[in-house]
Design a protein around this ligand. Sequence first.
Ligand code: PSU
Ligand code: MN
Length: 299
Amino acid sequence: MRLAFGAGIAEAIEQRRPVVALESTVIAHGLPRPVNLETARDLERIVREGGAIPATIAVAEGRAVVGADADLLRRLATEDGVAKVSLRDLAPLLATAGLGATTVAATVEIAARAGISVMATGGIGGVHRGAERTFDVSADLEAVARTPVCVVCSGAKLVLDLPKTLEALETLGVPVIGFRTDDFPAFYVRSSGLRLAHRVDDPLAAARVVREQLSRGAGLVVAVPIPDADAIDRDEAEREVERAVAAAERDGVSGAALTPYLLRAIGELTTGRTLAANVALLRNNARVAAAIAGALAAL
Ligand code: PSU
Ligand code: MN
């Protein structure tokens, strides 16, 4: 796999300065235009303000891009037909020189190869509702288990089966560390009601766990609840998700298209409030990731 580094990124990694990888599927497929491009730029700015160097990951012209430049960021956010690149898609996309936005799974793979230890996103993929029938389990879970990168996120998207997702993470040996919380966050909702085995209360404590786990050649999840002011009530969110899941089944949507479909459906059902929440948690996670990367570099 050939890597293409953005300006200054390779040097920063070499000098062991704090770098935070950002995924790009959320830009191309997770958020509507024009909020997607604004948010992509915002997240990079927030990481910089947090004292770290942002590197948005993508696939373009047969290379794994580590640190998309302004033009590539714009293309990912505005072009039609940008591929959603999970692990199964990496080699085909690289071989055909297509333009692709990376999921958490593909992002951690590329970040690890580049020598980046921390990434930020909104929520990881997981076990879908009805997975006992469809077998739809995100490649994110196994990728995090076997790739030495810390994923900072607000748990898993509420559209998933969260108890099954936590069970799968446990089976795979992935530590899920609550950041100032005892509960597994549920994306727009501060708590899923599911208890976590581990918690930390500051970036330094998180960095100590990250260092131990990465030295095993494996990854972990640092789970950060959405800020209180932007959170959505659990019962209300659950009702919307159930309606969106039913709509997806009616429309026959499955596979890689399911997550983007559900997120869009919920956004429509809640008239943009979930969009504001999604952006708020992404920004907060970028801030926490920068702090953890900083603490890690200082250890
Ligand atoms: N969270 C969002 N929007 C998204 C995703 C997460 O708010 O678009 C993306 C992430 O890139 C995650 C992917 O890795 O969805 C999981 O997709 P799948 O279930 O097909 O593996
Ligand atoms: Mn899937």
